[in-house]
Every structure is written in C-alpha cells, then in structure tokens.
Design a protein around this ligand. Structure first.
Ligand SMILES: Cc1ncc(COP(=O)(O)O)c(C=O)c1O
Length: 437
C-alpha cells in the first residue's frame, strides 16, 4: 500500500501531465487567434498547488492563506496584508473600517454625511461602499491620458465635510502620490488607495499600495496575478488592523485563527455590551461585519502566482512600451497614455482616446473584426450609469473629461499572455484603421 505522501506525489505528477496535454497554449495565428484583453497566465505549478490544497481539504482560509498573507505583506513592506474574496470586498472593507464606531487610528472615524473624494471615471465597486456606508462621494474630473485625478483639482474640491480620499490608479498608472499624500496630510484626510489595477506599479520608487492607510488589490483573472476570485488589503496604518479583520470575520471581537480557540486566554471571562459576564468570546460582536474570507484553495493558487509576479509585471511593461512605440506615429489621431515622470506603471491594459469624436465605435468594430478584444474604461462617467443616477453626491467643477473618456476611450490587452508578435499585429491593425481616414 502506497504511503499518503507517495499517493499525493502520484496525483501531482498526473496533474502536471494533464496540464501539458490540455492547457499549453496553441501558436498565435494573426486574424484567427483571438487576442483577449486579459487572461489567466499559469502553468502546472498553479494546478499542483490547487490540487495539493484540495487534498489537504482544509477548505477555509488556512495554512496557504497565512503564507500568502505573509508573502504579500513582505512584498508591499506593509504592516499586514489581509486577504478577502475580491477587490470589491477589499474596497468595501476599507471604507467600512473607516466608518466603524470603535475605530482607533490617527484620525477620527467617518460619520454618515462625511465626504470621500473620488474620481467620476471609476469602477462601480470603488464607489458603492461609499454610498452603502452613508458617506457622500465628492466627484472630481479625470485627466485624459493618465485617466487619473489631478492633485490640484483634488485640493480645490475639498470642503468642510471632506474627510477622506479614495484614489484609484487607473489601469495600473500611478497617480502623483507625492502631491496626494502631501495634501492628505495637510488637510487631515484619510487616504485609501484602490490599487486593484496596479499591483507592482511604483511612484518615485515606492510601490503603489503603500501610500494610503489602506490599499486594495484584486486577484480577478484580468489583474496582475490571479486566484480566480480574490483580493486583499495592504495595511499601512497598524492601528486599524483589528477593526478591519473583525469586519472581514463577521464583526466578531475574537481574533482566533480558524480552527483555534482561546487565543486571548480569557475566552469565558469577557464583559462586553449588555451580555452576561463570561459570554463566549467567539460569539461577541463588536462591529457590524461581513464574511469576506477566501478559501485555502484560492490562496494556494495565489502563492504560485506571487512567485511569478515580478516577471508578469515586467512582461506587461514590455508589451506596453512596444505598443506605445508602435503607435507614436498616430499621435495626431490618438491620445496615447501619459505617465507621470516619477511613475512606473504596472499596466493593466493599453488605453487610447480617439481625437475625432464618434470614431471609437468604428475602431472597436475594426479591432473586434480582426479578433482583437477591446474594453472601455470601466463605468466611464459613473454618474451616467443607470444604477448611479440620482445618488447623493457633490460634484466639483465639470466632468467634461470624464464624459470624453466615456465617449472616446478604449483599451486593449497587454497582459503577459500577449507576445511581441501579437503586439505588432495590434499596432499594424490600428495603423491600418487610420490609413484611409
Ligand atoms: C479599479 C478597480 N477597483 C475594484 C475592482 C474590483 O475587483 P474585483 O473584480 O476583484 O471585485 C476592479 C476590477 O477590475 C477595478 O478595476
């Protein structure tokens, strides 16, 4: 009879063989192979990790999740990294943490009616947690080219109720974080970064996600590394960690790891709220929480991806640079991406804005017919989305650029599954589009 370890090794060897026979990529055929805007890039390592964790059958966040949290905290150089089940959950958790009444931190918790400044061009779940927590979004316009907020506009927009900034780094392009951090400090504002698109990007040599008190990450397949569904929060303000973890884990007061009891050493000796003395600490709730945890299987995949993250980011940068160089001659027709001199993006996609209004639909048709997938910059001007019309908010100035981005901007893929040949084909097809126009 084979030992447990021998059986496991046999299964994992079969998984490797399965990967090679089923998942290895077919060769690229221009005009025939679809160039997707994103995709999972993985090999047998992710599959064997996943199977390994499923054989352990821990299921809930366990040894793999703890290792991944430690790995990501190290990657960011943050005080902690807390895994959750999506980037949207990470944003929810960050905002809910700032609103928790027992929050301890350098600034007071947010109260209903307080404003959080955020750009109008955004992803929906960057905004919804703000609304769900009774806060008022304060919208500013975005720049065409960087697709980010302009710090001068942010400063001008601040009002007496503005207490926080929620700053996304759109499509992996870092905002001017020197200016943003400075104005947040001078105005006593909480700073949250939505770093979901920007894992690995830097500003002035420092990783995006390390500037805010908290910063979110997404591990959805389109992002710099994936575990299917998944996300997390880099914690740079240690005082808020306890509340953040409590909110992730049902709002409980207890901080035991799954499967553990009595970490506090006085499980049956707490006096809290109006509960009887000695009420089991496992069932004492000090926050209005959620369950946003991941499974250990997701974390197992994430561990394999984290090892490859630097090479993934390098490949994205290389593809982005090649595309930019190839499209430079079209600058009179397209607004090409603009990057702050101190920023080094971890590109999520390659955005471009057609200078001639109304031409985007034709360009999209042309590219899709050539088997090149396109995407828009998420919700465009989010205030024009059906679900967001009439929301309580304050708008600073005009949102003319946001409307322009909504109408004229698109992006194509540059993820690590895209080769030089594919980039060159996309460049050639875009040149062909403008040739006779
Ligand atoms: C800027 C931004 N924030 C948040 C999210 C949400 O992440 P998830 O899809 O993991 O919920 C996304 C998703 O792409 C995003 O682009």
């Amino acid at each position: 009879m084979a030992s447990k370890e021998e059986l496991k090794q046999q299964i994992l060897a079969l998984v490797e063989e399965y990967y090679r026979s089923v998942h290895e990529r077919p060769a690229f055929v221009p005009g025939k192979t679809r160039i997707t805007y994103s995709g999972r890039v993985f090999d047998d390592r992710e599959m064997t990790q996943l199977v390994s964790s499923s054989l352990d059958f821990w299921l809930t966040a366990g040894p793999y999740a703890r290792k991944l949290e430690a790995g990501l905290a190290l990657f960011f150089g943050s005080d902690d990294f807390i895994l959750v089940n999506s980037g949207s959950s990470a944003n929810l958790l960050m905002v809910a943490t700032l609103c928790a009444k027992g929050l301890e931190g350098p600034l007071p918790p947010l109260r209903p009616g307080d404003e959080i400044l955020t750009p109008a061009v955004t992803f929906p779940t960057t905004l919804t947690p703000i609304l769900h927590n009774g806060l008022v979004p304060l919208f500013v316009d975005c720049e065409v080219g960087t697709y980010n907020v302009d710090p001068a506009l942010v400063e001008a927009a601040l009002g007496p109720r503005t207490r926080a900034l929620m700053i996304p780094h759109t499509l992996g392009n870092p905002c001017d974080m020197a200016a943003i951090v400075d104005l947040a400090r001078r105005n006593d504002l909480w700073l949250l970064e939505d770093g979901c698109d920007a894992l690995g990007a830097t500003f002035d040599g420092r990783l995006v996600g390390t500037f805010g008190a908290l910063s979110s990450v997404s591990f959805y397949p389109a992002h710099q590394m994936t575990m299917g569904e998944g996300g997390g929060v880099a914690v740079n303000e240690p005082a808020v960690k306890k509340t953040l973890v409590s909110l992730r884990d049902w709002g409980r007061d207890c901080w035991c790891e799954p499967g553990k009891s009595n970490t506090c050493g006085k499980r049956f000796a707490w006096q809290s709220g109006d509960l009887p003395f000695g009420y089991d600490h496992k069932y004492i709730y000090s926050n209005l929480g959620y369950n946003l945890k991941i499974t250990d299987m997701q974390a197992a995949i994430g561990l394999a991806q984290l090892e490859k993250l630097p090479s993934f980011v390098d490949r994205r940068r290389r593809n982005f640079g090649r595309m930019l160089a190839g499209l430079r001659p079209l600058e009179e027709r397209l607004i090409l991406p603009v990057v702050h001199p101190l920023a080094n993006p971890s590109p999520f996609g390659f955005p471009m804005t057609v200078r001639q209004q109304g031409l985007r639909a034709e360009l999209i048709r042309h590219l899709e017919a050539a088997k090149i997938e396109t995407r828009l910059v998420f919700g465009g001007n989010i205030l024009r989305q059906p679900g967001f019309q009439g929301i309580p908010c304050r708008v600073h100035g005009t949102l003319a650029n946001s409307d322009r981005i909504m109408n004229d901007t698109l992006f194509v893929g540059i993820y690590p599954g895209i080769t030089d040949e594919m980039v060159d084909y996309m460049v050639e097809r875009i040149h062909a589009f403008f040739k006779d126009r």
